[in-house]
Design a protein around this ligand. Structure first.
Ligand code: ADP
Ligand code: MG
Length: 282
């Protein structure tokens, strides 16, 4: 579909969200082009998960609009009637692993194909030979083919995240939203999960938006970073420019939370867009 490739993968306009008195998101606008790999950073409570959850319409905003590849997902606090169809393009990976522990890994992965199945198959969790083959291929792609018939609960954290990414592959998700997918992982597993996201971006053409608690992985893997503070975008530009000094400016004393392991010198931000100056909130 050549025309839809030119549509922005994500377009958010003036999104606001309150939880009671708390402003979780305030005037958030952003646009991701198809094919980008973008980091979303911010201290805990800055609104990363809330923002990600608005994109597939798991949460409705109080105001604003969200579209994915040109399809409206929500507008002015209302979920679009076409959301089921359009959500099929979006893969989601959570910080807390989102597999069904008692089911085999392969079943968890095949669930990614359900949107393409007739309703009776969906209802019965019945899968075809092609579903099984696609799941095995995806598990091989993420390097854990041998775990296919184990219960998901027996996988390590890193393997579970890779299985969740395999599910995005069989789903043929064009947009992958990953909410702190490496927060609970050791450094080596973190690296492998980030490498895999980068491969999905490069080789499968997935647009990736990944929230990260720490900025060093953003700098290493994502040309562009969007930074949130108190529910507002405070920076949107090349990850390479996120020096400790700039993070200090953006976050003040909370900055240390973000670059505990930062290695800003390793930046690679060749295809990043120019930085956008964001007016600071008054
Ligand atoms: P992050 O993912 O960056 O840690 P969140 O998006 O989880 O931040 O949270 C942003 C703010 O919104 C926080 O102050 C949090 O307490 C609040 N919040 C998030 N979800 C809810 C909810 N379901 N009910 C009430 N407050 C919430
Ligand atoms: Mg979160």
């Amino acid at each position: 579909m050549p025309t839809s490739d030119r549509l922005p993968a994500v377009e958010i306009r003036s999104l606001d969200k309150r939880f009671g008195q708390r402003e979780a998101l305030s005037g958030v606008s952003l646009r991701l082009d198809a094919g980008e790999m973008v980091a979303l950073i911010g201290a805990s409570g800055s609104g990363k998960s809330t923002l990600l959850r608005h994109i597939p319409g798991f949460v409705t905003g109080d105001a604003g609009e969200v579209a994915v590849f040109g399809a409206t997902m929500q507008s002015a606090g209302r979920i679009a009637s076409t959301i089921r169809r359009d959500r099929a393009q979006v893969g989601f990976v959570f910080q807390q692993f989102n597999l069904v522990g008692r089911l085999p890994v392969i079943t968890n992965v095949m669930v990614g194909r359900l949107h393409a199945s007739p309703w009776w198959r969906r209802l019965m969790l019945r899968f075809s030979r092609e579903d099984r083959q696609a799941a095995l291929r995806a598990l091989a792609d993420v390097g854990i083919e041998e775990t296919a018939w184990q219960r998901a609960s027996t996988l390590s954290g890193g393997q579970q995240q890779r299985a969740a990414l395999a599910r995005c592959l069989v789903q043929q998700a064009r947009l992958v939203l990953a909410d702190e997918p490496i927060a609970s992982l050791d450094p080596e597993s973190s690296r492998r999960v980030m490498e895999l996201l980068a491969t999905m971006n490069r080789e499968h053409g997935c647009t990736v938006l990944v929230s990260l608690h720490q900025v060093d992985f953003a700098i290493r893997y994502c040309p562009r970073t969007i930074a949130l503070n108190g529910g507002r975008i405070v920076y949107d530009g090349p990850s390479a420019a996120l020096t400790p000094a700039l993070l200090g400016e953006l976050y003040g004393s909370a900055a240390h939370e973000l670059f505990e392991h930062a290695r800003p010198a390793q930046a690679q931000a060749t295809s990043a867009p120019p930085p956008i100056a964001i007016p600071s909130p008054t």
